[in-house]
Design a protein around this ligand. Structure first.
Ligand SMILES: [Zn+2]
Ligand SMILES: [Zn+2]
Length: 318
């Protein structure tokens, strides 16, 4: 995708506040941090996007007393990249001067309610912005969200899972139809928007030392059924703090046929001791297969281990 940049003069930005506004800062950045608006947001036609960006700039300058809009760039649901402070200047969105120096700040115009899921055009635009920061910033390859290193829900679970999966382009990104005829099939843009997985189970489970235990999830026990061409999910497990530090905790994702036969494992992921452990998975699931997860604990003296809480979170494109 070619970057669809909307420059400050194109969206009618106010000038940086002087004398010390939007501090020039040209050192290389570690990478890019993503943000969302953190307020309710409703989608709008693209001719009203620049009104919104100007309104946000006024809020940051007149309400927060900042020298300019806080973000380096903003990406609307139509995939346009609005130049905020832009390159070579420090943003004021990441939470502290150190964090603002460390990474560029890119905000997706999605909210904490109403419109909460980015469009595929927006994910493409965000990817364009990330690449622009890398090539012209320059910025390194680190990717994350406002919540990395700062206590905030920003950029929301959907955007966060996407950026931690490496900010992949939506699988079937196609250019917007220019002049659809009445007989043209409807564009299947829904399929480009990821589905969120967010399951939590606080039931205590006793793990017999050395014995694998398959965990049940919403989809008839399985985590997901194929075909799933792209996904990024994490299983988080929380073990009793009394679990000794030399207790081995192992988790493994595996596939079976739809009827549960023909199990084949991915690599076993090893952790140790009590507290929280995270198991990440991002391999596509072929048609006719289901993805499962199982866990075991091996304690040195053979005592059972208590699993207190489990969460499956992430997203997939199906
Ligand atoms: Zn933020
Ligand atoms: Zn727009």
């Amino acid at each position: 995708m070619a970057l669809k940049l909307v420059t400050r003069s194109q969206w009618g930005a106010r000038a940086y506040r002087t004398p010390n506004g939007a501090t020039p800062y040209s050192r290389p950045r570690r990478g890019v941090k993503l943000h969302y608006l953190g307020t309710p947001y409703t989608d709008r036609t693209h001719d009203r996007c620049d009104d919104y960006v100007r309104q946000l700039q006024a809020q940051h300058m007149d309400g927060n007393g900042w020298s300019d809009i806080g973000y380096s760039f903003l990406v609307c649901t139509h995939g346009y990249v609005y130049e905020g402070r832009g390159l070579k200047r420090r943003n004021s969105a990441n939470g502290s001067t150190t964090l603002n120096d460390q990474d560029y700040a890119v905000c997706l115009l999605v909210g904490s309610s109403e419109l909460t899921k980015p469009t595929s055009a927006q994910l493409d635009g965000t990817r364009d912005a990330i690449e622009y920061c890398r090539t012209s910033g320059p910025a390194g390859t680190w990717l994350g969200g406002h919540r990395d290193g700062y206590a905030t829900a920003c950029p929301g679970d959907v955007v966060y899972a996407w950026v931690k999966a490496g900010a992949p382009r939506p699988a079937s990104a196609t250019p917007a139809p220019t002049a659809p005829t009445p007989t043209a099939p409807k564009p299947t843009q829904e399929a480009d928007v990821p589905t969120v997985i967010d399951e939590s189970n606080a039931l205590d489970v006793q793990l017999e030392s050395g014995k694998w235990l398959p965990l049940a999830f919403a989809d008839e026990g399985a985590l997901l059924a194929g075909p799933v061409p792209a996904l990024a999910i994490d299983v988080h497990l929380y073990f009793d703090v009394a679990t000794t530090a030399d207790t081995k905790i192992q988790g493994v994702f595996y596939l079976t046929n739809t009827d549960g036969t023909g199990a084949s494992n991915y690599l076993v992921i090893d952790h140790k001791g009590g507290g929280g452990h995270q198991f990440h998975h991002s391999h596509p699931i072929p048609a006719g297969k289901k993805l499962w997860f199982q866990v075991r604990a091996i304690s040195p003296d053979g005592t059972p281990v208590t699993l207190l809480h489990r969460v499956a979170s992430g997203l997939h494109w199906s």
